[in-house]
Ligand binder design. Structure first.
Ligand code: UDP
Length: 521
């Protein structure tokens, strides 16, 4: 009988931040085992962006990694009431609506090709794929493109939800209490212009009513409720909240969670997850975790603006430049864009700023492409006045090369997980400016746990004023005492990241144990 080639199927969700590490992970797997084939199956919400095209370009992928783009899902099908368009929910729904296509794709892979599928991996919001994994009797893994702390929170969420449910129950029983608790209060989360509100109807309560702070297993620092991920700040009866809860509950049903982190970055959270699994052995309600990171790009696939950025950086003094980027789709309000611009001018320091057109929702360009010229929204005369001081780049820059450049002294970042890992791996301290998703948790990790970041103070309207921008920029670039300490610590983490990926490093060991499991199928 003809020998079948081993194959791993990876189901993505829309969005670059999952595509980038999964493709890199596929490259590592196929490099380690040249018989292995990786098939990427990609649900889509719109036409592929230029960055996506360059990552999937045949010339940048080895021959044993192939991909299929599933037919586009109809955006109208994803409109979930009038709530904020939450990327997490949109990603989850895109995958859900793509399941029939995915079923067809898996059927043809299994029946008509010479592939022996060892396992199916899916990204963190794609757990609806689990049903297909069971139907086809495949080992199933979540590829968690975020950290151990966020995973620990996700696994803890059902308990928090129970707590809140209990609280609501008590509320209902006490009319007197009910009256007091239903006075509306507003919680303003920076990066999200629409304030979250405690509801005036007890059936619509949210976790915002939990007593601050929230303790997440494996984190010595407690979390303010407003620093929790966006979906859980919505009312418990909302689609956004319910679908997120459903996703995280599915984590207990998979064969493992592959986390893009490394033990020395999040030792307590990794340990807490491992212990939780060990303590529940046999019941299979806590997944086994594989910390295999940091998996980051070694070079940028999208070459746009590369030459201009790198040539400009070549002409700047060592560690003098602040790099500013809000990831693949982070956006600021017009007011905040202005304050950053004036704050940079006030600081007098060099900057390389990837600018995006403003929006009132922090993640508005994450799943849709902007058409406007972002530079048009900068304060009048800013580009001209700062032409000796800085470089503004519209929409996209070669981040990995920039962070690896000796002229870059700090990174003002939205704390997306890939950016977090890239900053750590390149030893660049951070000004943490989270916008949406789990970014505020990542900011807490960077600032309060790892102590490699500062976080500017926003005013009561959620705006960071220009004086505050200038203050944090000066502190980090001029290397005040705190700045020097941060640089030292992030350099240690950068060394630890390299060690984790070395031959006997913790991440390589985790990867080997995963590969061994697949070989023994
Ligand atoms: N990125 C880039 N150039 C840009 C913006 C982003 O190369 O101008 C890359 C960045 O290096 C990272 C990814 O896109 O690998 C963004 O992922 P992250 O998790 O940081 O943020 P997200 O896009 O999910 O908000």
């Amino acid at each position: 009988m003809e020998k079948k080639n081993p194959c791993i199927v990876m189901v993505l969700s829309p969005g670059l931040s999952h595509l980038i590490p999964l493709v890199e992970f596929a490259k590592i797997l196929t490099h380690e085992d040249d018989e292995l084939h990786v098939k990427l199956i990609i649900p889509t919400l719109g036409p592929p962006s230029s960055s996506m095209n360059s990552i999937l370009n045949k010339n940048s992928l080895p021959p044993n990694i192939t991909f299929t783009l599933l037919p586009q899902v109809n955006v109208e099908d994803l409109i979930i009431t009038d709530e904020n368009p939450q990327p997490a929910t949109q990603m989850q729904l895109t995958v859900k609506h793509s399941l029939p296509f995915l079923h067809q794709e898996l059927t043809s892979l299994i029946t008509s090709t010479n592939h022996n599928i060892l396992a199916i991996l899916f990204s963190l919001f794609s757990t609806d794929v689990l049903d297909l994994a069971k139907e086809f009797n495949l080992l199933s893994y979540v590829f968690f493109a975020s950290g151990a702390l966020f995973l620990s929170f996700c696994l803890h969420l059902p308990h928090l939800d129970d707590q809140q449910q209990q609280h609501e129950h008590e509320q209902e029983e006490s009319l007197l209490f009910h009256h007091q608790l239903t006075e509306k209060t507003t919680v303003h989360v920076p990066g999200c212009p629409v304030p979250f509100q405690e509801a005036d109807d007890s059936s619509k309560n949210s976790l915002l009513e939990l007593t601050d702070p929230v303790h997440v297993p494996g984190c010595s620092v407690p979390f303010q409720v407003k620093d929790l991920p966006d979906p859980v700040l919505f009312e418990r009866s909302s689609e956004v909240y319910k679908s997120f809860l459903a996703v995280v509950k599915n984590y207990s049903l998979v064969d493992g969670v592959i986390m893009n982190t490394f033990t020395d970055l999040e030792p307590d959270a990794v340990k807490a997850l491992q212990q939780e699994h060990d303590n529940n052995k046999g019941e299979k309600n806590v997944p086994f975790v594989y910390p295999i990171g940091p998996i980051i790009q070694s070079e940028t696939s999208n070459e746009v603006n590369k030459l201009e950025c790198l040539t400009w950086l070549d002409n700047q003094p060592p560690r003098s430049v602040l790099y500013i980027s809000f990831g693949s789709g982070g956006t600021l309000s017009q007011e905040q864009l202005n304050e950053i611009a004036f704050g940079l001018e006030l600081s007098g320091h060099k900057f390389l700023w990837v600018v995006r057109a403003p929006s009132n929702f922090g993640g508005s360009a994450y799943l849709s492409q902007q058409k406007e010229d972002p530079l048009h929204y900068l304060p009048s005369g800013f580009v001209e006045r700062t032409k000796e001081q800085g470089l503004v780049i519209p929409s996209w820059a070669p981040q990995i090369e920039i962070l690896g450049h000796g002229s870059v002294g700090a990174f003002l970042s939205h704390c997306g997980w890939n950016s977090t890992l890239e900053s750590v791996s390149h030893g660049v301290p951070v000004i943490a400016w989270p916008l949406f998703a789990e970014q505020r948790m990542n900011a807490v990790l960077l600032k309060d746990v790892l102590k490699v970041a500062v976080r500017p103070e926003a005013n009561e309207d959620g705006i960071v004023k220009r004086e505050e921008v200038a203050r944090v920029v000066k502190g980090i670039i001029e290397e005040n005492e705190e700045g020097l300490e941060m640089r030292k610590r992030i350099k240690e983490l950068s060394d630890a990241a390299a060690a984790a990926l070395s031959e006997n490093g913790s991440s390589m060991k985790a990867l080997s144990s995963l590969a061994l499991k697949w070989q023994n199928i």
